[in-house]
Design a protein around this ligand. Structure first.
Ligand SMILES: C[S@@+](CC[C@H](N)C(=O)[O-])C[C@H]1O[C@@H](n2cnc3c(N)ncnc32)[C@H](O)[C@@H]1O
Length: 377
């Protein structure tokens, strides 16, 4: 018998709302233990933010020692709050707070960390390294070339980018297809300013009338047209209600259209989150388990899916951390609404935490999920 069988089942699989097991002693015990683990992690994070010196190598070793135990034997403890287990009322939660805490931070910092090249604008999602990419820019290109194949994009498609960041994905895809048209939605005013600037730049594929930008909230945005293809990359960690989100995408899709969703995922029974990222980085951010999209099929059906090994995201975060560290001389002069030393330590903790989490268990548990969907038949 493995140690896994010795543990109470609730440490592995937490029931959802409305499930009678939610009142069981096992469930309540798991919640107490999850809260205790979260309090310990938050204590460590806040000590680091206050100046506790932990060498990166020690931080990484601690993660490599603890995460496999949690992922393999007690994944129930990786849901620090009850809301992680259930769908929220709103499609996307805490949207305005998220912009303030994360996406509308000084763009010069984000752009230097993420990279900003003539074709690859800042892209805040996984690059694909497993096929031999040796730098961040080529890893992002290889990731996007694969999306073009997976979503079977053809010239002339009308495509919606649901959470379009800085317009990297539309710009790259339009550079390959002269008759593709894109609509991008994003609530971040600062990122929209970046795209509006590019829309005036003749060198950019966002100029020339093929790109429509909607600065707005995914919760509220309305469209008059339908799309041949819809893609959403790195956005579903901000989606709290999958059922409503898939229903919304279905309502925007042509009858023979296709949807491609790329998200952070975990191959564990329940969804997961982190108290630290919820408080300091992504308010109400959550990581859906790998089966969440197929099991929320109603208006859309999953016709294909891929688990992308976490080492790809580990290498992406490692490159972002390196670029963040390298940019200190200039980014420390920007206004973060707090003392820069504190900001820097919050962000180093975030980049180390996420970067290492995806490398644990050789990337087999914590990675990215990609899903191809069509209308339900
Ligand atoms: C992690 S970034 C990914 C951006 C882009 N897809 C990429 O791969 O670079 C998530 C994006 O979703 C946007 N976003 C998050 N919540 C949103 C909301 N409620 N409404 C509109 N945009 C939102 C953010 O502003 C950000 O641009």
């Amino acid at each position: 018998m493995t140690s896994q069988h010795l543990l109470p089942v609730t440490l592995r699989d937490l029931p959802n709302a409305g499930n009678p097991e939610k009142h069981s002693i096992g469930y309540k015990t798991t919640r107490v233990l999850a809260e205790a683990l979260n309090a310990t992690q938050m204590g460590l994070a806040e000590a680091y933010i206050r100046g506790l010196e932990i060498p990166d190598s020690v931080f990484r070793s601690m993660m490599h020692a603890s995460m496999p135990i949690l992922l393999k034997h007690a994944p129930g403890l990786l849901a620090p709050y009850e809301w992680v287990l259930d769908e929220s009322d709103r499609l996307a939660e805490s949207a305005r707070e998220l912009m303030q805490v994360q996406y509308d931070l000084p763009q010069a910092m984000l752009n230097q960390m993420l990279g900003d090249w003539p074709t690859i604008y800042p892209k805040y999602s996984m690059g694909l390294w497993e096929n031999g990419a040796t730098d961040l820019q080529s890893a992002q290109i290889q990731m996007l070339d694969r999306v073009i194949e997976q979503l079977e994009i053809v010239d002339g498609d009308r495509i919606l980018d649901f959470g379009c960041g800085w317009g990297c994905v539309p710009n790259y895809i339009m550079s390959k297809f002269p008759h593709v048209r894109f609509t991008g939605v994003n609530l971040s005013h600062q990122q929209c300013e970046y795209m509006r600037h590019k829309m005036q730049d003749p060198q950019s594929h966002l100029s020339g009338g093929r790109f429509t930008l909607i600065e707005g909230d995914l919760n509220e945005v309305q469209f008059t047209e339908k799309f041949d293809k819809i893609l959403s990359i790195g956005v579903f960690c901000h989606i709290g209600n999958l059922t409503n989100a898939l229903q919304k995408l279905a309502s925007l899709l042509e009858s023979n259209g296709k949807v491609f969703i790329h998200l952070i995922t975990a191959r564990i029974p329940n969804h997961m989150s982190s108290g630290f990222t919820h408080k300091y980085i992504f308010p109400h951010g959550r990581y859906w388990n790998y089966d969440a999209i197929p099991t929320h099929n109603r208006d859309l059906q999953t016709i294909d899916r891929w688990y992308v090994n976490g080492m790809n995201y580990h290498q992406t975060f490692t490159a972002w951390l390196q670029r963040f560290d390298d940019a200190q001389a200039s980014v420390k002069l920007l206004d973060y609404g707090m003392d820069y030393a504190k900001f820097r330590r919050i962000w180093r903790f975030y980049l180390l935490l996420m970067g290492t989490a995806f490398a644990t268990c050789d990337g087999e548990y914590n990675g990215n999920g990609q899903y191809l969907l069509t209308h339900s038949s």
